[in-house]
Design a binder for this molecule. Structure first.
Ligand SMILES: Nc1nc2c(ncn2[C@@H]2O[C@H](COP(=O)(O)OP(=O)(O)OP(=O)(O)O)[C@@H](O)[C@H]2O)c(=O)[nH]1
Length: 232
């Protein structure tokens, strides 16, 4: 499972149709221009903090995958992932450490999903993963794997160890469903809200009940110490 995953740069460095002996590749100033073009294409669809795709790319990809679902009769799933109590992380450790947490979660998303999946930062401390050709059951397995992977992350901050969890909502679009991109996001968000409401650190998928978070006593102690008032 642990393997290099796709980054947005993989897709964006795709060939432009020029052949190896194209002037784009071998004439000095023109070569530089081509690199700038690739870099600009990359910036337009990439979240700079995490290197994941941004919302713009997610929405375009959802439209494409919905078309594929209509043609192939294979569903598309969406996971919405939100960091639990992230404000407390920022408040206690500062924004820079908060950013490191977001980067670590982005790495976990890359590692726990397939290269074909579209891994995005939706905004703030919320992420989205689009899973082409995936049923709700398949997506729920991926979501639970990600939940466990994030729960296992330990970030060292001075003499303290920092741990965070995520809540995840999953929804799916099948062939023939009159479900727009924003409606699919909304359905996954409803499940995400349910995961938060029922205790956080869990995956919720309609119509199943939310999976029970497996937090050990040691981890609960860790969370308590993390969120305790700052020691002077
Ligand atoms: N470090 C950092 N913090 C961010 C970024 N974007 C948003 N945030 C912070 O994320 C926090 C989100 O807080 P809330 O929306 O209250 O959510 P929460 O504390 O995670 O609580 P629950 O979602 O209910 O578990 C806010 O403090 C934002 O300032 C970012 O790019 N970097």
């Amino acid at each position: 499972m642990a393997r290099a995953s796709k980054r947005s740069s993989d897709i964006l460095a795709e060939p432009t149709g020029d052949t190896d002996d194209s002037p784009w590749e071998c004439v000095g100033t023109v070569c530089r221009y081509r690199e700038e073009l690739v870099s600009l294409r990359q910036q337009v669809v990439t979240d700079p903090l995490t290197g994941l795709f941004n919302l713009r790319y997610l929405l375009t990809s959802m439209e494409q995958e919905f078309e594929r679902t209509e043609r192939t009769n294979v569903p598309t799933a969406l996971m919405m992932v939100d960091v639990d109590h992230f404000k407390k992380v920022n408040d206690r450790w500062g924004h820079e450490v908060g950013n490191r947490v977001l980067q670590a979660i982005a790495d976990a998303i890359r590692l726990s999903t397939r290269r074909l999946d579209i891994q995005c930062r939706y905004g703030g401390e919320e992420f989205a993963v689009l899973l082409p050709s995936s049923s709700l059951l398949q997506a729920s397995v991926v979501a639970e794997r990600l939940r466990q992977m994030v729960e296992a992350i330990r970030l060292q901050e001075g003499s303290d160890t920092l741990q965070v969890t995520v809540s995840i909502g999953v929804a799916m679009r099948e062939k023939g469903a009159s479900l727009s991109t924003s409606e699919l996001v909304h359905q996954a968000d409803i499940q995400l809200y349910e995961a938060k409401r029922s205790g956080r650190n869990r995956v919720c998928i309609a119509p199943s009940p939310c999976s029970i978070a497996r937090v050990t006593a040691d981890e609960k102690d860790m969370m308590r110490s993390l969120f305790a008032p700052r020691r002077e």
